[in-house]
Design a protein around this ligand. Structure first.
Ligand SMILES: Cc1ncc(COP(=O)(O)O)c(C=O)c1O
Length: 379
């Protein structure tokens, strides 16, 4: 079934990059527009009187979806804010170490560099081989990086450049055995993977909803385990300070809450399509798409066809070195010359082409990309 009309994406573009920013369906965008009309018709009624109860309902609905106690869910604009909120809530001492993988998102690694400049905190890298044989190698890499100065383990649930699903339950267990808190960066996970955060047992988990749940941009959450709720505060302190986790996060100054208010509509939209069907469809396209690309480029696939290792995205090696600016240049050139939007990523100084799949995509789009690449692009 062709579902492109549900999203309203530009029909002249083969959009194979759901992963970067997601894409909101028309129905959800209509809901957002109606919230914005209501807000601007009577701002005080909307923000001061109606919003608190609405946010509570949104967190309850989100809690059901995530398997999470809504009292530990903070609505935030993006996963970057989730990571920054946790990092700013911990007490750091010179020489403390944060363990994270060399596959971690660059902006998150820069946040650790900032802690380094401010407090003398060090990054302890878990070097995860890529190409990768099996998930056990990821756990071993984390285990090797943990040391006596480790204060936090920060683990991606799905890596950005390499699109790998990390076995976070095993890594949380490593932290638990040693009394080290674990922050999961699940920027790509909600919607891509089935989650039960209370059962998973991370100390902190942040995830985007604007990517794979398809809300409008600016909807994300931070989950904080009960033992930490008194110690985690928003980056912006406001009226709710000292009145508990929910009050502190529900109001951090005047802003547009419409992306958060669209969370129930996006969940309803996705439930209408069926989460199981969507995950199976997206993964199936990526399985075939990455094979087409590898064949066109004459390269080996970087990991086996194991469903536990990847979801709705996959990375395939692309010839050339990852020099500054090269990825952006390739992306812009492919878009300009062929109207295909797909990101080129960097890991370990090598280049990768990362495909995404969402219900609006179809196999012909990956075939078209493979044909362009097989023709020797870029010349
Ligand atoms: C692993 C990872 N962490 C964090 C982020 C940041 O997400 P946002 O830009 O929504 O804050 C991304 C974005 O793609 C990501 O892939």
């Amino acid at each position: 079934m062709d579902l492109r009309h549900l999203w309203g994406l530009d029909p002249t573009v083969d959009f194979l990059n759901h992963g970067s920013f997601g894409a909101a369906p028309l129905k959800v965008r209509q809901v957002q527009a109606s919230f914005l009309r209501e807000l601007e018709a009577e701002p005080v009624e909307f923000l001061a009187r109606r919003l608190p109860e609405r946010l509570l309902q949104v967190r309850r609905r989100l809690g059901l979806f995530l398997g999470a106690d809504p009292a530990g869910l903070a609505l935030i604009p993006n996963a970057s804010t989730g990571v920054a909120t946790v990092l700013s809530s911990l007490d750091w001492r010179e020489g403390d170490e944060v363990v994270l993988a060399d596959h971690a998102y660059n902006a998150v690694r820069r946040s650790i560099a900032y802690l380094g400049h401010r407090y003398g905190v060090r990054e302890a890298l878990a070097t995860v081989p890529f190409p990768l044989g099996e998930a056990g190698q990821i756990v071993e890499a984390f285990e090797r990086a943990i040391g006596p100065r480790t204060r936090l383990i920060l683990v991606d649930h799905i890596t950005s450049a390499t699109a790998l699903v990390f076995p976070v339950a095993e890594i949380i267990a490593l932290g638990r055995q040693r009394g080290i808190p674990v922050l999961v960066d699940g920027a790509h996970a909600p919607g891509s993977l089935e989650l039960n955060l209370d059962r998973l047992g991370a100390d902190f988990y942040t995830g985007n909803l604007h990517k794979w749940v398809c809300t409008p941009k600016g909807a994300a959450f931070l989950y904080v385990a009960a033992a930490w709720r008194e110690r985690v505060h928003p980056l912006v302190i406001s009226h709710g300070y000292g009145q508990g986790f929910e009050a502190e996060f529900d109001w951090i100054g005047t802003q547009d809450p419409s992306p958060w208010l669209c969370i129930p509509a996006a969940l309803e939209f996705q439930e209408g399509l069926g989460w199981e069907q969507t995950r199976a469809y997206n993964h199936g396209l990526v399985v075939e798409g990455r094979q087409l690309l590898a064949k066109a480029l004459g390269v080996d696939l970087p990991h086996p066809d194991d469903r536990s290792l990847y979801a709705g995205m996959a990375a395939v090696p692309f010839p050339g070195r990852a020099l500054p600016g090269v990825q952006q240049e390739l992306n812009a050139r492919l878009f300009k010359e062929h109207r295909i939007d797909v990101p080129f990523t960097a890991y370990d100084d090598r280049l990768w082409i990362r495909i995404s799949a969402q219900r609006y995509n179809h196999l012909d789009q990956y075939r078209r990309l493979a044909k362009v690449l097989a023709g020797g692009w870029p010349r």
